[in-house]
Design a protein around this ligand. Sequence first.
Ligand code: C5P
Length: 408
Amino acid sequence: MISGNNILKGKHIVLGISGGIAAYKSAYLLRELIKRGAEVQVVITPNGKEFITPATLAALSGKPVVSEFFAANTGEWHSHVDLGLWADLMIIAPATASTIGKMANGIADNMLITTYLSAKEQVMVAPAMDLDMWAHPSTQRNVETLRRDGVIIVEPQSGFLASGLTGKGRMAEPHTIAEEAEAYFNNREERKDMHGMRVLISAGPTYESIDPVRFIGNWSSGKMGFAIADACAARGAQVTLVAGPVDGSLKLDSRVKRIDVRTAREMLAAMENEFRSCDIAVLAAAVADYAPETISDCKIKREKSGDILLKLVKNPDIAATLGACKGGRKLVGFALETDNEIVNAKDKIRRKNLDMIVLNSLKDPGAGMMTDTNKITIILADGREIPFPLKNKKEVAGDIADAIVTLI
Ligand code: C5P
């Protein structure tokens, strides 16, 4: 992460403050943002004003604080739409359980929430609440909704629960939040650190035909592989994506060359062909391990058959096949494990001759095939393990792209 590089200079940030005891820390956050060159407009909820005075915030930001829909003295209407358009980033810190719940459900009963609903650019939330409130399923559900809506969550810090166990809930420190803001802009400014790199990616499931109307498939959505393709293209790479059958509405950067396939064998053929002219291949597809030995020419009819026995034969392992002839190219695999995750993933690196593996465990809620979020650990061939928190797949793709750059 590049830090202290003036990335916040001139950026428009709306700082939303809701009514939690951590609101006093918002003054420090405001100072951090201003110090780093940002222009900050504060929006505070009615409850927020019980914890910190608008006078303090106005003095620090050099702008009147917005709180009500109408200015008290002039009756002038404060436009949340204008504020939402003005902002390059909206940071809500502290975000109470109530504010998070309103955001997740669009309950726009104050200026902060209306501004959130009008925000066109990225929103970042730093939750702050009692540890038990944070752990409550309702809060966790709302946070999950925000994540799915693309909001960046700045994880709260740990503390002790009433039960004596540890839990999270305390707001992240102001400098951590400011660094997250910097990291966001650093990632957004299209870094061209993959310029000239030729990246081949596989994504989605494969379908193995049983007869003309039936197949064996899996629940892979292809979202992770598509997000990696987008991330690499944005950073200047020349990207080819070999996609299994995915939802037709999945969007893809127009700079990416896309090849659609259906079966594991078709995917292997396309990958082998493209592998020749790439520098790195990222195998994010969930390839079927087995396919029916024979495909019936006609639809298998119920009336004619009793129970049927489907003989499955092993599909080629694309990763291992490419690994065996990779020469100077780099190979990145994925592992979705249910047990002994790290050991299995490291074994896979060795067996398939990979340089790096992205591990997601099915044990982690929000990680895996059908979600919009993922929680990964990157494992390198030298044994290094880099764990990441739960993030949306776009952010995860950025982390994977960062790791890819270090491989080349
Ligand atoms: O062995 P396993 O299926 O867990 O390995 C997962 C990794 O291998 C993924 O990167 C996946 O894309 C790749 N793979 C493959 N061909 C297969 C099976 C898996 O390329 N037949």
